[in-house]
Design a protein. Structure first.
Length: 236
């Protein structure tokens, strides 16, 4: 390796980037090589030849949190769009981006996602709730993962977030919703504050229900699992 530039990172078992800290725990690095403790990257140009043995230990930042900590966790990961996404902020001229491409396709994406879903489950309190936000690209695969990790009896809702705007295909119905999957850590005990999420009735005031009972227009009604919130525009 004498005279060759080195820039080698360490990746997770799923092939994706890792949230670890790194330390040299055995042996010595060749002269002119260095280890980045935040990324695990070995970089530099060796100035000597030979065989070198050294050990690098990676400490999982997720597992650094040793106790359950959260009542509610919400995950809005990449959607498996196989694209690189950019958002331009016209006022400040900044560009925010993330890459949603996967060399090994769906298998790599699901391995990356499962690693995070299992940590979400571990970090929830016994009465905690978890929400996963995806769309048509991979939500059906993700639900199978969540059934396996949380248990099918722990599934509570599939929320449909409907929005409008943008284009529509002439080859199929317009794809105008995201999906949010709602699971609980316990199958029997969790916290859901129904009175805090009530919304106004859409019915004419004083119009009775089909069974003749009256609606409580002051309190409002409990929302169902289809929500209409129009997506914010990039310039808003």
């Amino acid at each position: 390796m004498h005279g060759w530039a080195v820039n080698k990172g360490i990746r997770s078992a799923s092939g994706g980037p890792v949230w670890y800290s790194f330390a040299l725990t055995g042996g010595e690095l060749p002269a002119s090589l260095s280890l980045d403790p935040g990324t695990g990257v070995l970089s530099g140009t060796p100035t000597v030849s030979g065989t070198f043995t050294f050990s690098v230990t990676a400490t999982d930042a997720w597992h650094g949190i040793t106790s359950v900590a959260a009542y509610t966790l919400y995950l809005d990961p990449p959607f498996f769009t196989s694209k690189e996404h950019f958002l331009h902020n016209g006022e400040r001229g900044s560009v925010h981006s993330f890459t949603d491409t996967w060399d090994d396709g769906l298998e790599e994406y699901l391995a990356w996602l499962e690693e995070r879903l299992r940590e979400m489950h571990r970090l929830l309190k016994p009465t905690g709730a978890f929400f996963l936000h995806l769309d048509w690209h991979a939500v059906h695969y993700a639900k199978v993962l969540l059934d396996r990790i949380f248990g099918m009896r722990h599934f509570q809702n599939e929320y449909i977030w409907y929005y409008s705007g943008g284009g529509a295909s002439r080859q199929r119905f317009a794809r105008k919703h995201d999906t949010i999957l709602y699971y609980t850590k316990s199958a029997t005990k969790w916290k859901f504050y129904a009175d805090r999420v009530r919304e106004p009735y859409k019915w004419t005031r004083d119009q009775p229900r089909a069974d003749g009972s009256k609606r409580d227009y002051e309190r409002g009604k409990l929302p169902d699992d289809v929500w209409t919130y129009h997506a914010p525009m990039p310039w808003s």
